[in-house]
Design a protein around this ligand. Sequence first.
Ligand code: SIN
Length: 380
Amino acid sequence: MFQTSALLLLLASLGASASPVDLSARETTKEFVSPPGLNLTYSSPFNSALPNVVIMATGGTIAGAANSATSSGVYSAGSIGVEALIDAVPDLLNISNIYGYQIANVGSPSINSTIQLQIAQAANAILCAPDSTTEGVVVTHGTDTLEETAFFLDLTVNCGKPVVVVGAMRPATAYSADGPANLLQAVTAAASPLSKDRGALITMNDRVGSAWYTQKTHVNYLDTFKAPEPGYIGGFFNNRLFYYNTPATPVFKKTFDVSNITALPRVDIIYGHQEFDARLMEAALELGDVKGLVLASPNGGVGAEAIIARVAEQVPVVRHVRINVGMIAPSAEAPTANNVTISSGLVNNQKSRIQLQLALATGADPRETFEEPLRSILYA
Ligand code: SIN
């Protein structure tokens, strides 16, 4: 309630109102059937004229709190529960019936594949069942790894209904906290038929991006989420959602069915640099449980290629570059003795890790998953 009470006091002193929601006309809370393993922690009074949106909260700065309103960079992420997040934005209830789940309340570096699988399976159950009455799912998340979970959901929840991932760059207690507006826009997008068939979305700072392309590009500033080459797909004007084009799917996108997957294999990212010692990759394999590697790299150092080739005989090695933007094109024919690693295509390092995990977990061929869509276009 941090933001709400301060905002309401301010508006009252100005003789204005904060779009009060008249709940008297609503039916009592409608029972919502929780997917297995989830506990409903928030449910708004039900209005059959409004769409149903489920919010799954995982923590991050959007749920962060600091000791002072001037503290926008030093705070505890994941301090505020889903109920307080929703209470801070009364207008959510003017546009939707809200059901809230507290999936986790952690900084996003602590989000793991167990949590991602839980969200994906719950979202599929909530949105994609034949008798589903839910229009969209919103996931609140820390921004540091938000693009990874958003990409994961883009590849694993695919029945056309919107999944919107949202965070904030300033904690809930800060002056000009961006969380409440971001949450309102995320719910607006999740509830809108305009968002259908666009894959998972990231809405932040008045913009809408495809989760397949969007990534965090700045550590501190509000306009951090960008899709460097293709750009945003939509935005908000006066909180009205618009899209630039009719729905489209990223050309190289692969999807995965995780309904029966209980765990994902471990894939690590190794970071290349001048004087890079490729024996780090062998050291990673010695950990024992590594089933694949992503190499964020210039083209190795002296002697590196021989080591990389040895490692690639044991586990799939996907190669991108450190810049994280651009295409690592596959060779025309795969694989040759000089081409033992897998080209990541347009998928950046952290997203390549997710895609390789999903390919390995579902029995998909990693090279085909990454290279085939591109090869068929580049060398047709
Ligand atoms: C986090 O990723 O959990 C902290 C940073 C943020 O949410 O902006």
